[in-house]
Write a protein that binds this ligand. Structure first.
Ligand SMILES: NC(=O)c1ccc[n+]([C@@H]2O[C@H](COP(=O)([O-])OP(=O)(O)OC[C@H]3O[C@@H](n4cnc5c(N)ncnc54)[C@H](OP(=O)(O)O)[C@@H]3O)[C@@H](O)[C@H]2O)c1
Length: 332
């Protein structure tokens, strides 16, 4: 596995390109602002007619056009719209209008890897994926710390695809480390991480632990503090030092309890379930189920959202967070 830095990138490559970014959301906004601040002079934003973020892009001084018009002259087209919408956007707006020999740049490989996009043969197809949200990418660009991310080349039609990926990556602020990977590896590990730990497993663990304490007669406020609020402190420690480093910063009692009860919760059955979830990702079962849910109007997704929002931890959390106004300023 090779990791590149800013020293391996030639910024002049992307500075000479006309870039179109489809969407000005979490990633699109950060990419657009960082590219501009890195000396890329032509950055247009593609937006749908009813777009609200298009207004934000206009206010930031970018040219905002329909997707079709934004990509017509572009050398690099960046896909900053939601993954589930990319197949339709590509088929209707991009494929018929992108100029020959341009580059199609993904921020996440979902739509390409699972076969929802049939790229034209003349296009370079690359991936530049920051390892985190656009807000952090922008903040680290501004404070000069830089950020890390992944790059991959799916098709090198021009012979310069990798150099372009490195140049683009450095321009958006990934000069601290660009790890070379494949679309398959980026997509499958990203989905696994978010489902099992970051978004799925962690939230479900918090709710289940909260329910366990409350059902046993403990005060919901304490259950919230012990099972959710304090999680951030430990995650910050793990983030900075790894699990073993986190253990060094807690009491011996907490550490002993962790060794005793952690494996009891994430037991052989949980590990087997992780393998099954990974198999669903690898086979494309999850991807097709999600695209099908979109095609069917997101009814089940809506029900899932309602169920999650109705959990008692939400009311308790709203009330307690109102006592801690400082949390709002730290949400990003
Ligand atoms: N968020 C992250 O932390 C993160 C991290 C790494 C990679 N990524 C990847 O980055 C990509 C973008 O994700 P995101 O989280 O930045 O998305 P997002 O915040 O949901 O923003 C999506 C943007 O696309 C626009 N959009 C929606 N439909 C559109 C259409 N038909 N035509 C043009 N624009 C359209 C939206 O604008 P309107 O709604 O105003 O029209 C919005 O500006 C995805 O591939 C994602 O997997 C995200």
């Amino acid at each position: 596995m090779t990791t590149y830095t800013a020293a391996d990138a030639d910024l002049a490559i992307v500075r000479a390109k006309r870039v179109a970014i489809i969407g000005y959301g979490n990633q699109g906004e950060a990419h657009a602002l960082n590219l501009r601040d890195s000396g890329v002079t032509t950055v247009a934003i593609g937006a749908r007619e009813e777009s609200t973020t298009g207004e934000k892009a206009r206010a930031a001084g970018f040219t905002v056009l329909s997707n079709a018009d934004a990509v017509r002259e572009a050398d690099v087209v960046v896909l900053g719209a939601p993954d589930e919408k990319l197949p339709e956007i590509y088929a209707n707006d991009l494929a018929p209008n992108m100029k020959r020999g341009a580059a199609l740049l993904f921020i996440h490989g979902f739509a390409l890897h699972f076969g929802f996009i049939e790229q034209r043969d003349d296009l370079d197809v690359i991936l530049v994926a920051p390892a985190g949200p656009g807000t952090a990418l922008r903040a680290n660009y501004l404070n000069g710390e830089g950020y890390i991310g992944l790059i991959a080349v799916h098709r090198d039609a021009s012979g310069g695809a990798k150099a372009l990926a490195l140049s683009y990556g450095a321009a958006i602020g990934l000069g601290a480390g660009m790890i070379e990977t494949t679309f398959r590896e980026e997509t499958e590990t990203d989905l696994f991480g978010e489902q099992i730990v970051l978004c799925g497993g962690s939230a479900e663990l918090v709710r289940a632990a909260f329910d366990t304490l409350v059902n046993a007669g403990y005060a919901p406020d304490l259950a919230y503090f012990e099972c959710l609020h304090q999680l951030k402190l430990l995650v910050d420690l793990m983030h900075a030092r790894g699990p073993a480093g986190m253990y060094q910063a807690i009491s011996n009692t907490a550490e002993y309890g962790a060794y005793r009860s952690g494996p009891r919760i994430v037991d052989a059955h949980a590990r087997e379930q992780m393998k099954e979830a990974l198999a669903d990702i690898q086979s494309g079962k999850f991807a097709h189920e999600w695209m099908n849910e979109n095609a069917c109007g997101l009814t089940e997704f809506g029900r899932m959202r309602e169920r999650a929002a109705a959990h008692p931890i939400e009311d308790v959390g709203r009330r307690l967070r109102a006592l801690m106004p400082w949390l709002g300023s730290r949400q990003q």
